[in-house]
Design a protein around this ligand. Sequence first.
Ligand code: S6P
Ligand code: ZN
Length: 188
Amino acid sequence: MGLTIDWATGELTGQLVRSRVKKLGELREVFADQARLETMDPETLVYRVQVWLPEDGNPTGLLWGSTTIAPGKVGDEYFMTFGHFHTLRERPEIYAAIRGEGGLILMDENRRTWMEPMTAGSVHYIGAGLAHRVVNTGEGPLTFVASCNTDAGHDYESILRHGFGARLKEAGGRPVLVAEESLAGAGH
Ligand code: S6P
Ligand code: ZN
């Protein structure tokens, strides 16, 4: 089908592959430390997404994607994806990490939030109705592949408004999932 993946880097090649990048300036709302963000270059590349979409006209076809998140932090919060629910909440997704170290943050509609560690070879089933975001806690790039139905859609608006229920931050040299409630209590 004219699509290849380089398993070392996650790079997709093929005529139907579309690529997009997210820079720090487009992710202002998702990081907690706004003062620190102001001191950083908004052109900093945080992640790159490649998606292959089939052309079979099947409304519930399957897409194949690859995302690479650069290493980095805004203050003590690691670089991460924007995160989203699927517009069609019943649509699940599968992620599989191919390099790097990090965490998949999952959140249900009641804002209950938890994390699954990601490392080369870990496979993650994102059940229906769960918001998902990936965080790079390592020294190098974190890459994962993804597949879900092409009609799933992205609901970024809910994340923009309410965020996730917890953040992955560095504390004492290691990643710690910190509940937003306690952040609010601390005056953030
Ligand atoms: C699509 C899938 C991924 C993400 C990508 C970037 O359903 O979950 O391809 O789009 O990892 O994340 P985000 O939150 O910016 O779409
Ligand atoms: Zn998704």
